[in-house]
Write a protein that binds this ligand. Sequence first.
Ligand SMILES: [Zn+2]
Length: 231
Amino acid sequence: MSGGLLLVGAHVGDMDFTAGHLALLHAKAGEDVTFLHLTAGEGGHPRRDRATYKAQKLSEAEEAAGRFGARLRILDYADGDLVASDQVARSVASVIDGERPAVVVTHWRGSFHRDHANCYFAVERALALQRENGGAQNGSPQLFYAENWEDADGFRADEVVDISSVFDEWLAGARCHELFRGGVVNFDYQGYYEALTTLRGKMSGVRRGAAFMRPPSVFFAPVPKLGGGGS
Ligand SMILES: [Zn+2]
């Protein structure tokens, strides 16, 4: 496959809330779309035990992926304990190798949630491994970061996508998740992410929009010699 979209999130739900609309647009254009959740997000319920909530999260993920027209992969790392190890990076790299996506969307590293930052680093490492192993003959996938309220430190809205045509379907998909509908934690996920699509839409003159960030550019300036370097 090529020309597809791969969405890599730390927890079930992250990519659904922040990029489910993008998934719908790509799926409707006839592309392969895959959600890859690194953990189930089973630790996030204040009243339900992890095993019970995990089963719920897995079934919510499946229902949402179906609504988004996407395939679903969920790795079995523990929520709250995700590290950017080579093992996690290799797991992500093997999915990238199998799917050969043209575009990868993941978390921005400027997050107060350690799992989210480590997901960012795992994807970076996976893409580096792919390049090192010569697995990127057709070029590395284009990388974008989704806009997540937990990953807002330094986030830039580089691209705003018009998601007006899929807004209702995105909302229905995101609402498969109890966390999004409300009642799990105090944060109003649905209210926030709905309002965000209005805000981003206003920025680019469309009814509903979604923002994505490109990887920061790296400029190589001449490095001054430490210690002066004089004779
Ligand atoms: Zn998360």
